[in-house]
Design a protein around this ligand. Sequence first.
Ligand code: UFG
Length: 327
Amino acid sequence: MRILVTGGAGYIGSHTVKWLLANGHQVTVYDNLSLGHRAAVPAEILVEGDLKDVDHLDQVLVGHQIDSVIHFAANSLVGESVTHPAKYYQNNLLNSLNLLERVRRHGIQRFVFSSTCATYGVPDAVPITEAQTQLPINPYGNTKLAFEKMLSDYAPAYNIGFAALRYFNASGASPDGTIGEDHTPESHLIPIVLQVALGKRPHVEIFGTDYPTPDGTCIRDYIHVDDLASAHLLALEKIVPGMGRFYNVGIGNGYSVREVIQTVEAVTGKKIAVKEGPRRAGDPPSLVAGSDLVRKELGWKPNYTELRSIVESAWNWHKKHPTGYAK
Ligand code: UFG
């Protein structure tokens, strides 16, 4: 396939690009490098561009004879989406619509969208199945859900096939240590705890210790970024024009914030200083994937089923790149 990967220089995007290349696909990365890293993808496949620039997008789609699109480019910080919703509606919804319009006009029939478990809001029940009510509790989730709906309306009308992958907590890094997680500022739990282990932060703050969970801290389903990557290719291969599918992509194991910190201590051999703080706005107590559908329909099987191995791969990246990419 000749695949355009928007946001391909970002964290999940770059790991997926690596996976696609390793599986023999022709990949063009379209990224404005506002959040992505030049060093995260081979220079020869990177096109610097913005989804606002539809003329440029047209040129790239035609020039590279694109037949499939994987769309990662987005903002994804829950807290920021609450304080700056305009940015999220512009980037995650309007720019995504630009892309979808170009896909329609060029007759591209395969589209994979990076959606999120944040579309469920506070879930009716855990593990979460795809059939559960989607009621986001923040603008980030609203924009992702709105684009899922756009896709659902476009697909039958314009014969576009799509898969929307609802990710749980992407984590870990490529086992060869060449690419990994590097956000500025960093807000995700595992990299923050690893930065404490590296002596780059004095402590980690636990956001809330009074949740209705066994140890009072939030529970999340951490999935290795390479296992997310493989799901994208499987989804792309199974797409049927005119039809859309939605899949939760998580392991199905929940770990609390305290368990993550303990795992980092075990992997790194360092004692992690902890400060207990108040809840962070917009955090549901527990998000764990029911992932039977992706396993059954796509034949997806994660390689990393234990948090420890995920943290080991992240630690390998952080030790080798203590200040991230190209610094
Ligand atoms: N946490 C802390 N301290 C920190 C950072 C995080 O206690 O310094 C806690 C959070 O409160 C949360 C858990 O650790 O309970 C995981 O937080 P992350 O920020 O690592 O991940 P989130 O679950 O908030 O976010 C992830 C994705 C988002 C997506 C969201 C859906 O990164 O893109 O899941 O809920 F929107």
